[in-house]
Design a binder for this molecule. Structure first.
Ligand SMILES: [Mn+2]
Length: 401
């Protein structure tokens, strides 16, 4: 019979730490070790850390620096709907994620992962994720500095700014949870100013978000931000995937940098082929993924402000997202937007699991994407068991419970 080993840190009860083996059938009490302390998220001005993080997951201080950071942007000021609840989505999604707990691994930087029962896939196994918290609303961008005239200051700007700089500093990819779709405009604008990259925006959406409106067209909003990004040259190109529905003539928009794959034509091969072509033709050196939840069919996820029925199957969109993240280009960041919130005293509807499942596939794809790129950058670096020297390697440091 194979002897089991402690593999995951599952609970801390006062000074006692409990670990489980690979199959969660054997439990151990661990002795204290510095490396087993949870790694605190960075203290960012304008960001409130989550009381309980996504997936209740806290990486260990002995783990590698987290490569993916989750950040909530609970903003609904860029949507045309009055009293939209999209600002509360991040809270609902975080709460939904507490039902799927991930435990940090004792021997490597990885974790206990999640299983998709539907297709037998193991997800997030190597991912190093950290929940950085949620941007506070109503904050000024910088202490004592007035905004530049003519520049809009968003209530989440201070937090986003701090998170972007921290992410850049420690080579972590920022994964934002909105909020309405206008946050993508702000994230990309600041990201491109800081990094100077030529970014290709990969957008899953039912709408083209290029709206022209006689009165409000000068202000970037959730329904026109793509037009602003293209006309300002913030991005090298935009590839939109999953578009559908009727539009009148004045609602159509053309731009040489705008490439569209309608819902009726989407499949993973087409997505890879188009993204590869666009990457080369437009000389893009990085990408950014944005996922509008209305790209899903309302049967899969009805909790959006502007649903359009007749969408692709959930599996097809998921496979297209996976294919997009496999294209050989470094994704600098991603976001998920436009989901509605849930009232605090209500049970979270079952459909939110679909949004969470999509987020897991996006994070899993982001993890593989950036691992592929760090391997290309320094092929000698291999993931080592960072905790091999910690107090969990020898029998003397543990006892079965
Ligand atoms: Mn959108």
């Amino acid at each position: 019979m194979k002897t089991s080993e402690p593999a995951y840190l599952i609970r801390r009860i006062a000074d006692t730490w409990i670990a489980a083996d690979e199959t969660f059938s054997q439990f151990y009490e661990l002795e204290h070790a510095e490396e087993l302390e949870p790694r605190c998220p960075p203290e960012l001005p304008g960001v409130e850390s989550a009381q309980a993080p996504f997936f209740l997951y806290r990486p260990l201080s002995g783990h590698e620096v987290p490569r993916l950071a989750l950040l909530g942007i609970p903003y609904s000021g860029g949507t045309s709907i009055r009293h939209s609840s999209v600002g509360e989505f991040v809270h609902a999604l975080r709460e939904e994620s507490w039902k799927k707990v991930i435990y940090p691994s004792l021997s490597q930087g990885g974790n206990s992962s999640l299983y998709d029962i539907g297709n037998g896939k193991k997800l997030l196994h190597t991912a190093s994720i950290q929940d950085w918290g949620t941007c506070m609303m109503g904050e000024q961008p910088l202490d004592g500095h007035l905004p530049i005239e003519g520049e809009t200051v968003h209530p989440y700007q201070r937090g986003l700014e701090a998170a972007l700089h921290q992410a850049m500093h420690q080579q972590t990819r920022l994964c934002c949870i909105g909020g309405d779709h206008s946050i993508t405009y702000e994230v990309l604008r600041r990201m491109s100013e800081i990094s100077g990259n030529r970014t290709m925006l990969v957008q899953f959406d039912a709408h083209h978000d290029c709206g022209i409106d006689a009165i409000y067209q000068e202000n970037p909003s959730h329904s026109n931000f793509v037009r602003h990004l293209l006309e300002q040259g913030t991005v090298a190109a935009v590839v939109q995937i999953g578009l559908r529905g009727l539009r009148s003539a004045e609602q159509m928009y053309r731009h040489p940098g705008l490439i569209q794959i309608p819902a009726e034509q989407i499949n993973p091969d087409r997505v890879s082929q188009v993204l590869n072509e666009v990457r080369q033709r437009y000389g893009a050196d990085s990408a950014y993924l944005t996922f509008d939840l209305d790209s899903l069919d309302p049967g899969s996820f009805p909790y959006v402000d502007f649903p359009i029925a007749g969408g692709p199957t959930w599996q097809n969109i998921r496979d297209c997202v996976t294919a997009a993240l496999e294209v050989p280009i470094l994704y600098q960041g991603m976001d998920m937007v436009e989901g509605q919130g849930v009232q605090a005293d209500h049970r979270i509807p079952g459909h939110y699991e679909m949004a969470l499942r999509m987020l897991v596939y996006m994070l899993d794809g982001m993890d593989r994407n950036q691992r592929q790129h760090s391997m290309l950058a320094c092929p000698d670096t291999q993931d080592e068991g960072v905790l091999s020297e910690a107090g969990v390697s020898g029998n003397s440091h543990r006892r079965e419970v």
